[in-house]
Design a protein around this ligand. Sequence first.
Ligand SMILES: [Cu+2]
Length: 146
Amino acid sequence: MRHALLVTLFLAACSSSSTPTTTDAGSDAADDMGEMDMGTTDTGAVDAGGETAPGEHVVTVSNFKYSPATITIKAGETVTWNFTQGTHTVTSGASCTKAPGFDSGLHNAPYTFKQTFPTAGTFDYFCDYMTHCTSRGQAGQVIVTP
Ligand SMILES: [Cu+2]
């Protein structure tokens, strides 16, 4: 979906640059156009879709587990937790103990929570709902590499 939007914006920018109303931004836009093959716009959109939003990673949140439980990303990238079943949280902390960081709050599926990790490190998190972590072991880890 993101790529479809980007393509739409790109096309919008392209068409606007060809109108007489475009001001000084026109020359820069024209240069950018030249780097892309406008002749393959339709198929290009399909090809771009294969990139599936670079820098974005998805963890599925279902009953009592995160999948994958450990995910490795690069600094600056974003993790999306996709709640598909049950009621859960995505809460910073190790050993089922809340710690400063991020917290999705309590949500029923379907729900989506996104968190960007600007700095390298290992970030433990768990489900802070009832005994999901303590009894069911619902916990995960984001490893952020530089
Ligand atoms: Cu849970």
